[in-house]
Design a protein around this ligand. Structure first.
Ligand code: GAR
Length: 209
């Protein structure tokens, strides 16, 4: 259940600009799957050109295989400096002709190297109502703070962690019998709804895309 659902009307798929996406993910990949499904359902006019993942064991890789999306492992442990890691990521995104980048559970801090190559074209999803509960373990932070409402945010990425321009949010109440797991599950339901919509909003409102 969401307390506040985004109430906006999006253009139908045919009147949306088509966009070539690169998705970066570190974990399970349910948000990757939500974007792929929205494209298949013609709710989002996009193509996922490549998945970049940084953990060899990440489940998201098998989701990419299922959707026949090429995936590239770029393991951060092999790079001493964040800039070198980001340069490798940029090279890969350019090789796959990516226009917009979506961080769908990417758990690394990004540098100017990535930002300068995709200015205002990097989107992140974060499991809290920003600007509250930035950083890691955002769901747990909200749970421990005993707030009554939390949620998720899709925003543009800038150099400050979880601080770029907000594109879309959904609120999720914390119920008295919630556990971290039940809360996490309800937040993810909302993430899967707003991420494809937010991608469409950002791309279609960008004048020189
Ligand atoms: C999502 O809940 C996303 O909001 C979070 O990682 C999860 C990835 O789930 N991102 C962050 O915490 C970024 N700071 P998924 O792998 O199932 O898409």
């Amino acid at each position: 259940m969401s307390l506040v659902s985004p109430v906006i009307s999006l253009p139908d798929e045919l009147s949306q600009k088509s966009v070539k996406l690169g998705i970066m993910a570190s974990g399970s990949g349910t948000n990757f799957e939500a974007v792929a499904q929205a494209i298949a359902d013609k709710q989002l006019n996009a193509e996922i050109k490549v998945l970049i993942y940084n953990n060899p064991q990440a489940k998201v890789k098998s989701r990419a295989e299922k959707w026949q999306v090429p995936s590239v492992l770029i393991n951060h442990r092999e790079y001493r400096q964040r800039e070198a890691l980001d340069q490798k990521i940029v090279n890969t995104l350019q090789e796959y002709d990516v226009q917009w980048v979506v961080m769908a559970g990417w758990m690394r801090i990004v540098t100017k190297v990535l930002l300068d190559n995709f200015p205002d074209r990097i989107i992140n999803i974060h499991p809290s109502l920003l600007p509250s509960f930035k950083g890691i373990n955002a769901i747990e932070q909200a749970f421990r703070a005993q707030v009554k409402i939390t949620g998720c945010t899709v925003h543009l990425v800038n150099l400050e962690v979880d601080s770029g321009q907000i594109i879309m949010q959904a609120a999720v109440p914390i119920l008295s019998d919630d556990t971290l797991e039940t809360l996490h599950a309800r937040i993810q339901v909302q993430e899967h709804l707003i991420l494809p919509q937010a991608i469409s909003l950002a791309v279609n409102n960008c004048p020189d895309n």
